[in-house]
Design a protein around this ligand. Structure first.
Ligand code: FCB
Length: 454
């Protein structure tokens, strides 16, 4: 194909994404409360390299430098998250003025730099006292999130045109409450199911709170999506892949858009009991989302599992893989075509709603050479291949209006600690947090400037 084949629409927004716990640091500064990620990372043995997010990229103090980097690369949108325990330290009651001031300063600096501030309310850092009270499996947590949303909307509403509520609800419920390898580290499939329902209630409630703001913002959801490839062409594996598709890709959108859970995931006769559904919940979950944010990294291989997986009736096992030969440095399969496939698929499912790509990127762990340059050719190839697929999907009618690369900076990659680098900008953590734009960052700047990928 020729260069011109991979153009993007006029007014397409290019930018990058981060999350509070992964970049801010300053974990106990200016009245910030403890989150489940502080507690988890401070517990020996939970994080691969024994690290934590206490300092991370120190963006709490260096946000001006980070915004200058975005500006220098031509970015026009920045997806960041607000730390709940920074603005409401115990997850209940009064707001922490200093925490809110920090986000006011960040949004003002972004606006001044001509970059859209695009905050996510919840990127996994639940205040620890709320986990002590039962966490996401406890449905009272939904009201807590709605109260927090109202604090943030009052403080920042005049500056924000687009809000996202949750980041990847599938990940933090499944990995946090079922697999136990993310905070809060519980391994209880039934608690996970309850957690998913509380999150769906919270999404509807927070949606209404944010929409009530004077500024009339757009409010959306951010979900991680992936093609579900059956392990074999057997009827049983194909049915399992369909179940998994509904459970992972639709579970947090259908309740908002249709007021109901997808069929054929849980046994119908046990749905209410397993999820803790009460009268009126269908309406509470509803949210006429203004846009949908999609995160894409890699597909799954799915098979039927008559032996079960701990979730009643959901006899499915899945592996985070695509059967590809090539993998990124954290072992994720490289499968760019999956980006096109899932975009087409999700767009058909949600109808004409605008889509934003809220995360997409790769872990490659190159370090600076003697001259201080980071030649991360593999990340460029990864991004190029994925952006071509994105351009193709847009040409084929998928209404994508923005792309956020994960991530602006190398940062604290959850259970992997600092062992995986996703940044367009290298961060030398021990050497006074020095930032160096990688080759991929410079390459991305040329894509942004040309509004096309060659
Ligand atoms: C996503 C998370 C994000 C980051 C990337 C690599 O699942 O939303 O915070 O860790 O993976």
């Amino acid at each position: 194909m020729s260069a011109g084949d991979f153009r993007f629409p006029k007014d397409f927004l290019w930018g990058s994404a981060t999350a509070a716990y992964q970049v801010e640091g300053a974990w106990n500064v200016d009245g910030r409360g403890e989150s489940i990620w502080d507690r988890f990372a401070h517990t020996p043995g939970k994080i691969k390299d024994g690290s934590n997010g206490d300092v991370a990229c120190d963006s709490y103090h260096r946000y001006r430098e980070d915004i200058a980097l975005m500006k220098r690369l031509g970015m026009k949108t920045y997806r960041f998250s607000i730390s709940w325990p920074r603005v409401q330290p115990t997850g209940k009651g009064a707001a922490n003025a200093k925490g809110l001031d920090y986000y006011r300063r960040v949004t003002d600096a972004l606006l001044e730099a001509g970059i859209r501030p695009f905050p996510t309310l919840y990127h996994w850092d639940l205040p620890q006292p709320l986990e002590d009270a039962g966490g996401w499996p406890n449905r009272d947590t939904a009201q807590r999130l709605a109260d927090y949303a109202s604090i943030v909307a009052d403080a920042l509403g005049d500056r924000i045109g687009q809000w996202s509520i949750f980041n990847e609800p599938k990940t933090f419920t499944h990995v946090g409450y079922w697999q136990g390898t993310h905070a809060p580290g519980r391994s209880d499939p039934l608690a996970m199911l309850r957690a998913t329902h509380t999150v769906n209630l919270a999404q509807g409630m927070a949606f209404r709170v944010l929409k009530a703001a004077k500024a009339k913002p757009q409010v959306g959801a951010v979900v991680d999506v992936a093609p579900m490839n059956p392990a074999t062409s057997s009827v049983a594996d194909m049915a399992a892949a369909q179940r998994w598709h509904r459970f992972l890709n639709h579970w947090f959108l259908d309740p908002a858009l249709k007021g109901r859970y997808p069929d054929d995931v849980l046994p119908p006769s046990r749905m209410d009991e397993l999820l803790g559904i009460q009268a009126g919940d269908a309406n509470t979950m509803r949210a006429a989302l203004d846009f949908v944010g999609l995160n894409y990294y890699s597909p799954w291989i799915v098979r039927d599992a008559p032996e079960g997986n701990g979730i009643p009736g959901l006899n499915t096992k899945a592996e985070w893989a695509a059967g590809a030969d090539e993998k990124t440095d954290n072992g994720w399969d490289i499968y760019p075509r999956g980006f096109y496939e899932i975009l087409k698929d999700m767009s058909a499912h949600i109808g004409p709603l605008p889509i934003e790509i809220t995360e997409n990127g790769a872990a490659y762990n190159m370090v600076p050479d003697k001259e201080g340059h980071v030649h991360d050719r593999k990340r460029i190839a990864w991004l190029q291949a994925h952006l071509r697929e994105l351009s193709r999907a847009i040409s084929d009618g998928v209404p994508v209006r923005a792309y956020h690369c994960w991530s602006l900076l190398d940062n604290f990659e959850w259970g992997e600690g600092f062992s995986q680098r996703f940044g367009l900008v290298y961060v030398d953590f021990p050497n006074r947090q020095k930032r160096t734009i990688k080759d991929s960052g410079e390459w991305y700047a040329t894509v942004i400037a040309a509004n096309r990928v060659v």
